[in-house]
Design a protein around this ligand. Structure first.
Ligand code: AP5
Ligand code: MG
Length: 206
């Protein structure tokens, strides 16, 4: 299956993508994770992306589309894939339509005002990327791999506000775009994590 997880910053795309990709045994492709990896390695793409990510803006479409096009051409994508955080603009969606057929788009519906707290309180493992929240996890080491727990640079209040505004202006129109194609499945992203997962499995019949 070729799947997309759509949703605002903090809606739970990463959290749900890890579970769904493991269940379906398909690769989880997060453009945000790809940019952060490039940034860590100091590649030209990473350095270019940093300027946008730090401001909470979108990396230009031509850069992002090319990264996804190359990734989807890799061998492990032959059995299907799960995109997390791509597409985020109508132009990206149009470019993806030319690359592949989409089987389903899961839209994680969320109350944007509540996402500010989720994001500013989020902590992640710097090694494996596992997500936590300060309210429920106060340790400095990852429970999964022992890596150091860090705060993402773009999870400060100012950048979070900008990311949510960018979502409303540029990404939210994709809900209507995919609804018109008949592939949209909306689930309630404000329910507890396990309940959201159950809704997604139910919507996909997996
Ligand atoms: P990206 O890394 O994709 O960030 P984002 O879209 O802002 O989304 P997040 O990763 O912050 O949130 P999420 O939905 O994955 O939530 P999570 O599961 O972690 O992109 C970063 C930047 O890269 C962008 O701003 C842009 O600059 C650039 N970029 C990336 N893709 C691009 C593209 N296509 N085009 C152009 N630029 C691009 O959950 C968040 C927190 O909530 C966690 O603490 C989690 O534990 C908790 N949580 C999750 N679900 C629940 C729940 N149901 N109940 C309670 N808590 C929950
Ligand atoms: Mg994410």
């Amino acid at each position: 299956m070729n799947l997309i997880l759509l949703g605002a910053p903090g809606a739970g795309k990463g959290t749900q993508a890890v579970r769904l990709a493991a269940k379906l045994n398909i690769p989880h492709i997060s453009t945000g994770d790809i940019f952060r990896k490039n940034l860590k390695e100091g590649t030209p793409v990473g350095l270019k992306a940093k300027a946008y990510i730090d401001k909470g803006e979108l990396v230009p479409d031509e850069v992002t589309v090319e990264i996804v096009r190359l990734r989807l051409a890799e061998d492990d994508c032959k059995k299907g894939w799960l995109l997390d955080g791509f597409p985020r603009t109508i132009a990206q969606a149009g470019a993806l339509d030319k690359i592949a057929k989409i089987d389903a788009v899961i839209n994680l519906d969320a109350d944007l005002t509540k996402l500010i707290e989720r994001l500013t309180g989020r902590r992640v493992c710097g090694a494996c990327g596992e997500s936590y929240h300060v309210d429920t996890y106060s340790k400095t080491e990852c429970a999964k791999c022992g890596g150091k727990i860090i705060r993402r640079d773009d999870d400060n209040p100012q950048t979070v506000e900008s990311r949510l505004n960018v979502y409303t202006a540029q990404t939210e129109p994709l809900i209507a775009y995919y609804a018109a194609k008949g592939v949209l499945k909306t689930v309630d992203g404000m329910k507890p994590i396990d309940a959201v997962t159950a809704q997604i499995y139910g919507a996909l019949g997996v």
